[in-house]
Design a binder for this molecule. Sequence first.
Ligand code: UT7
Length: 334
Amino acid sequence: MFTSKITGLGHYVPENVVTNDDLSKLMDTNDAWIQERTGIKERRHIKKGDGNSTSVMAVKASKIALERANVSPKEIDMIVFATLSPDMYFPGGGVQVQELMGMRTIPALDVRNQCSGFVYAMSVADQFIKTGMYKNILVIGAENHSGGLDFTTRGRGVSVIFGDGAGAAVVSRNEGEGGILSTHLHSEGEHKDQLSLQGPSTEYWVPEIIEKNPQEDIPYYPYMDGQFVFKHAVVRFAEVINEGLKANNLEASDIDMLIPHQANLRISQFIQKKMRLSDDQVFNNIQKYGNTTAASIPIALSEAWEEGKIKEGDLVVLAAFGSGFTWGSVIMRW
Ligand code: UT7
């Protein structure tokens, strides 16, 4: 059995910075509320006409990751693409990356696990490498949220939180020490409605949506019961990190860098306190980018690595919780 390792990381965010004050011109919100409840100061939004889309941002992040891994597009054996906001309803974003990067006719798998998408995608890549089937897998998390949010006061509980961006990792067969030690995945579908986007779908056909009075019930904007999600998130995050540590006979004090999904700075701080981790052991950048769902972990991981905060031999933990509910963790030795 082989092991796998991240050999290259990259991320991309659109240039267009949207501050809390910018949002307060569109809806009844304010900088103090957003910062106090979420820690977010600003986020990036694609600007119509700037050439970006979910798959374009994914390609920009992937090119950096491939270069750093010293792996050419032709050497990639598989794409695993996590997103809830693909350019098209179908096909998924993976095939678009395959085309845009001029890759061989390799498999392109789309993962639909929202905020846990990147952790799920990493686990999928790890399994394919462990069995010896593939050597290099491109794992991507990318989102274009700004194209689908309600920027009126009605949608403020959701739209102030989310941002656009992409992150990518090349996961390769491990030739040396370390690598991915284990991955842990979970779901609990009974809470699927608490953070969801219902249409367009086979439940809510497009003609039905068009016929509806848009002021009434609008199933084509995301819905979130924030407090319900928050309460579950803080429990599941800690649970799945501890599950991963226990499986490897490790303790919270052994963690060199925890990269939590950037859902809300208050959630990260809650977990940090609960697990008695120091500021140096946890990386957060939600202040700059908001919650970028499947992209948040690879963006944060890439940025932490660029800032020299992840070094050879470090114990790095990724953890996510989100819509589904789904949650998971990745434990790796860098
Ligand atoms: O990444 C996937 C997982 N997602 C999460 O983990 C998100 C988890 N939840 C959260 O982060 C928080 O619940 C939120 C940041 C979404 C909301 O914070 P909250 O402290 O739970 O606020 P709330 O929803 O209970 O709303 C409190 C008040 C309400 O007004 P009333 O009813 O008390 O008069 C809201 O209408 O704040 C109001 N409000 C806002 N006010 C200004 C909601 N959104 C806004 C806003 N600006 N953007």
